[in-house]
Design a protein around this ligand. Structure first.
Ligand SMILES: [Zn+2]
Ligand SMILES: [Zn+2]
Length: 334
């Protein structure tokens, strides 16, 4: 009988709901089930259980992931939920019966798309590059030449593109790949680490992040228009204001929730058109004529590449079966 089967069902349920990966497991997963410290590791079944990171948390059997310090992510989630709940309880009936059911259906549909995009962007693998892809002979001592920056020739740029070896992940970073200290991983086509979604924005979740901004702006604008119409529908404005404090509350919240997503959306539309990431933009905005090696040549191609290209497979596959000794989840400290 495996260790996992001997645990009471409620312990297994809690571990399934929220899993803090056990770093020691990956350090000792030599295949015989017993760690160097004498503990039994045969209960390890999935990769997320041995993910060697101090910051990651996995939810519902590794189906979703977030970071331990995710307060601002919960604030963003609350900003999605609270106006929607208030509208459904206090306003939806009035719009449904007095105006049209279509008004409510349109709002609910746009809100579902907004929230689904947020959940996808914040819990999805943003393009993690596995640890230890390029281990040296002695992984505890990195040769001096691995600390150099290497320039590769590039047909679209005279300067070429640069690649580096990540001393934390023990892997060569592809162009546009950077290490995020908060996620404790290298991220492919790293745009930025967004504290409001508690995740990096990278190659595999950029489209969801952009969709979240679009639907957040649309839902908030729609809500603002509805609430202004509701407030000034009656001739007696004072009576309307005193009778509908919730309408005012929703209106204030909608004005707050539209501001930041709108500014970000404008920025990202311009970045997509130029074929840049936020990180590249912040590094090069002072350069008068920046020679962007990653631009596809025109706005349409850049937009299709950023938003429509296949996201590919996850290189860390958190829910895949754990193979004892898999070095992708091991950490070598210098
Ligand atoms: Zn790294
Ligand atoms: Zn990050």
């Amino acid at each position: 009988m495996e260790e996992n089967d001997r645990k009471p069902w409620f312990i297994r349920l809690v571990e399934w709901l929220v899993t803090f990966p056990d770093e020691r497991r990956s350090q000792n997963g030599d295949g015989d089930g017993d760690g160097d410290d004498g503990r039994d590791y045969t209960d390890v079944r999935r990769n997320y259980q041995v993910w060697n990171s101090k910051s990651q948390v996995f939810v519902m059997g590794g189906r979703f992931r977030t970071l331990k310090r995710s307060l601002r992510g919960w604030i963003t989630f609350s900003c999605c939920i609270i106006p929607f709940v208030l509208f459904c309880i206090f306003e939806a009936s009035w719009w449904w019966h007095k105006i049209s059911p279509g008004v409510v259906i349109t709002f609910v549909y746009s809100w579902i798309l907004c929230t689904a995009s947020f959940i996808k962007a914040s819990t999805r693998d943003p393009g993690f590059v596995p640890h230890n892809v390029h281990l040296t002979e002695d992984p505890y001592n990195i040769p001096e030449e691995y600390r150099n920056v290497i320039s590769l020739p590039c047909s679209t740029s005279k300067k070429g593109v640069q690649v580096r070896y990540c001393l934390t992940c023990r892997s060569w970073r592809m162009p546009r790949t950077f290490h995020c200290s908060k996620c404790d991983q290298c991220i492919s086509i790293h745009d930025h680490h967004c504290v409001w979604i508690t995740n990096c924005v990278g190659e595999r979740n950029y489209a969801y992040f952009f969709a979240f901004l679009v639907f957040a702006v649309f839902s908030s604008t729609y809500l603002i228009v509805l609430e202004y119409v509701r407030l000034f529908y009656n001739d007696d404005v004072d009576t309307t204001l005193s009778n509908t404090p919730v309408t005012l509350l929703i209106l204030i919240m909608a004005h707050i929730t539209i501001l930041y997503p709108l500014l970000l959306l404008i920025l990202h539309v311009s970045l997509i058109a130029k074929g840049q990431t936020t990180r590249e933009y912040l590094r090069t905005w002072k350069i008068h004529r920046y020679d962007n090696p990653f631009s596809m040549g025109n706005i349409l191609k850049n937009s299709v590449y950023a938003l429509c290209k296949p996201r590919g497979y996850s290189a860390v596959s958190s829910r895949a079966r754990y193979e004892p000794g898999d070095v992708r989840f091991r950490r070598f400290e210098s």
